[in-house]
Design a protein around this ligand. Structure first.
Ligand SMILES: [Ca+2]
Length: 448
């Protein structure tokens, strides 16, 4: 299924994303902390602030580059009243508690100097009740912004709001001035701050014509900018609408949870499901989607694995062997745990970052993906699925890489295709079959 009018940026299929929840990654400037910040590392509540900011992200770029990250996704950074900032009050102002517009300017410059990219979270379904247009519209029926929102006099709270949450009034996208205003936001940060794309919040609840207009606006400014949609279901309609370059692949994430974390699915079921997802999207969309191990909206993968780091590494290795842009959620690489929101938004534990075995292993795997173009751009084949073991093949002309995984507690043997293969980790030559320890995996490259 080829869709005319969609041109995903070439860099995405080669990217390794890292998602940051800015209040919790690093406090680079205690001078801008909001009042009442909690001590770093205390467990978060729905309302606690910890003082993380964009200066902190800037301070830790070496750490991210060393890990192999090539692109950052930041959850909302515009002025708002909550710690998650999905309740924007000024779309043209980076929250002063995150360092303001100057910090974003400095961060983008530093990222681009190192060849890294940045995408921001665009919350265009709703704003915060503190947004001046909403305040004016609510206080004054003659307000010029009255029709920018949807009033429901007979129902509490009297206006359309996100998920029934009165603090998040929804924009009236049927009003052309609303669309023009939101599109000016899209354009502003691309043009004036040279961000590399947008992650669109709650895409499934936005009118398709508006999302298409966002897409066209982004590409007008920069055809190499990325338009990523937060989609919990299948993203197929959005690709047909020519409205997105890729989706946050939550359907794939769910499959990872069933297979690697909860061990509810056997390998044949997992592979059947992968194949179903693969065929549901245009080929290009499989390569330009964001294949996540975690996010701020889900329990930590380590927690879902009952604290078993082997399975986190195995799932991460799978994503690095699979098409798409693998995406890691801050702290997953150093064994950060956490249940449902807000527990999955804990402070980054810097005291254990240095030399953490999971991080060291992940760094090596990211380096391997960068060294083997077939892992990023090659065709996908499913070679084997039995019990809790599977094998995948990624191939380009002249390069063939196998990924073998044992997602079970017993050792298992996986047959290899005819020929000789070099095991990437050990350098050993293999043929016939390979025995994998519990929760073990291997990358093999076809040897001449
Ligand atoms: Ca701060």
């Amino acid at each position: 299924m080829e869709v005319k009018g969609v041109q995903p940026p070439a860099w995405v299929r080669d990217a390794v994303f890292y998602q940051i929840f800015p209040d919790r990654f690093r406090n680079g400037d205690p001078g801008n902390d909001p009042p009442g910040v909690r001590p770093w590392g205390e467990l978060p509540t729905p309302t606690s602030f910890f003082g993380g900011d964009l200066w902190g992200v800037l301070e830790k770029l070496d750490y991210l580059v060393d890990l192999g990250v090539t692109a950052l996704y930041l959850t909302p950074i515009f002025k708002a009243s909550t710690n998650h900032r999905y309740d924007g009050e000024d779309y043209f102002q980076v929250d002063p508690a995150l360092g303001g517009n100057a910090a974003l300017r400095a961060l983008v410059a530093a990222l681009h100097r190192r060849g890294l990219r940045l995408i921001l979270d665009g919350v265009f379904n709703h704003c915060g009740q503190g947004h001046p247009f909403f305040r004016d519209a609510r206080a004054n029926p003659a307000s010029p912004y009255r029709d920018w929102f949807v009033w429901e006099e007979e129902e509490e709270p009297g206006y359309a709001c996100w998920a029934g949450c009165p603090s998040l009034p929804e924009w009236n996208h049927d009003h052309p001035d609303v669309q023009a205003y939101l599109l000016s936001v899209v354009r502003f940060w691309l043009e004036e701050y040279e961000i590399d794309g947008w992650r669109l919040d709650t895409v499934e609840y936005l009118p398709p014509d508006f999302v298409r207009a966002v897409y066209r606006t982004v590409k007008e400014v920069n055809p190499q900018a990325y338009v990523l949609g937060e989609v919990m279901g299948l993203g197929t309609p959005w690709f047909r609408h020519c409205a997105l370059d890729g989706v946050m692949h939550y359907k794939l994430w769910e499959a990872l949870v069933h297979f690697f974390a909860r061990e509810e699915w056997d390998a044949p079921r997992f592979v059947r499901h992968l194949w179903h997802l693969w065929r549901s999207y245009p080929r290009w969309a499989n390569f330009s989607s964001y294949t996540l191990l975690g996010s701020h909206d889900k329990p930590r993968f380590l927690t879902l694995c009952g604290g078993d780091g082997r399975r986190v590494l195995l799932a991460a290795a799978f994503l690095l062997a699979y098409p798409g842009a693998p995406a890691f959620y801050y702290g997953d690489e150093v064994g950060l745990e956490g249940g449902e929101d807000p527990d999955c938004r804990r402070c980054f534990p810097w005291e254990r970052a240095e030399g953490h075995p999971l991080r060291e292993a992940l760094r090596a795997l990211i380096a391997l993906r960068k060294a083997r173009p077939a892992l990023r751009q090659g065709s996908l084949g499913f070679l084997y699925a039995q019990g809790r073991a599977l094998a995948l093949k990624r191939a380009l002309p002249g390069e063939e890489v196998l990924f073998l995984a044992n997602a079970g507690p017993a050792p298992t043997e996986i047959p290899l295709p005819p020929g000789r293969f070099r095991e990437e980790q050990s350098g050993e030559l293999r043929s016939g079959a390979l025995r994998l320890p519990p929760y073990g995996f291997a990358f093999l490259t076809r040897a001449p």
